[in-house]
Design a protein around this ligand. Structure first.
Ligand code: ADP
Ligand code: ADP
Length: 223
């Protein structure tokens, strides 16, 4: 369970990007829906410990996130908005390299983990091809694989369907919901369709404030 309490973020230029945000996010897929500029990326980066908020508290299970950012990082998977590393190395080599950085020192264990991830995101057949040549959908599926290295219990996915066509988006979100069964997944998006089917719960954010939380069907009916 992720618990956010009275989180406020004011940028140095005075922009109040988050204004007293409180949220409880249980295991499963949670949608964060809001227009551009609503504060989604600020919230995601703050939870991912890339930004320190002006005030408030974040807890993930037993971890006090602001006091113990390293503890959170060990159990966090993150797919940032505009995930932009498309190197000329193969998907296999890149994942293998990232797994080394994540602490998989045993070669055999690492190979098992990397093979399993490539299968999970449907990139096994193209594992030896350069990521630079992948389609948008393939890149985002690679993005999920890299986020899942080390079996995180919290997965943050920021606007992952930007640039995907509706069919690619659907396939990507279905994949995400499969990996989301036992862990906490937060998916941010400005597209209503992204959250309607697969998220058990959704929050609507606007102007840095949470305006509604509930089952997607109920929220969308009210909109
Ligand atoms: P979203 O992800 O929903 O589009 P953001 O979190 O990116 O929203 O932005 C929320 C608000 O904060 C916007 O008004 C944006 O212009 C502003 N903002 C974002 N980053 C910065 C920054 N580094 N400095 C100042 N203002 C920022
Ligand atoms: P988003 O798509 O999440 O709203 P943007 O495209 O607005 O993000 O912002 C891209 C980058 O520029 C981010 O790193 C964000 O922090 C920064 N940024 C956004 N708005 C501002 C702002 N008003 N002043 C300074 N930096 C900003």
């Amino acid at each position: 369970m992720l618990k956010i309490e009275n989180l406020t973020h004011v940028y140095p230029n005075g922009t109040r990007a988050l204004d007293n945000v409180s949220l409880e996010v249980p295991a499963g897929m949670f949608g964060l829906l809001g227009p551009n500029g609503a504060g989604k990326s600020t919230l995601m980066r703050t939870i991912a410990t890339l930004q320190v908020p002006t005030s408030g508290a974040i807890r993930f299970d037993e971890i006090d996130v602001l006091a113990q950012p390293d503890a959170l990082r060990r159990t966090l998977g993150y797919l940032p908005q505009d995930f932009g590393v498309y190197p000329r190395v193969s998907a296999y080599d890149m994942l293998n390299h990232l797994a080394v950085l994540k602490g998989y020192s045993d070669g055999r264990e690492r190979k098992e983990a990397v093979d399993a991830l490539l299968n999970q995101v449907n990139l096994w057949a193209v594992r030896n091809k350069a990521i630079a040549g992948f389609s948008g959908g393939m890149r985002q599926r690679f993005g999920i694989a890299q986020a899942l290295i080390g079996q995180p219990r919290l997965l943050i996915v920021d606007e992952p369907t930007a640039g995907l066509d509706p069919e690619e988006s659907n396939r990507f979100l279905n994949l995400l919901s499969e990996v989301a069964e036992d862990i906490v997944v937060i998916l941010s998006t400005h597209i209503v369709q992204d959250i309607s089917n697969l998220c058990q719960r959704t929050a609507i954010i606007a102007g840095g404030r949470i305006v509604q939380v509930g089952a997607p069907q109920d929220l969308i009916r009210d909109m």
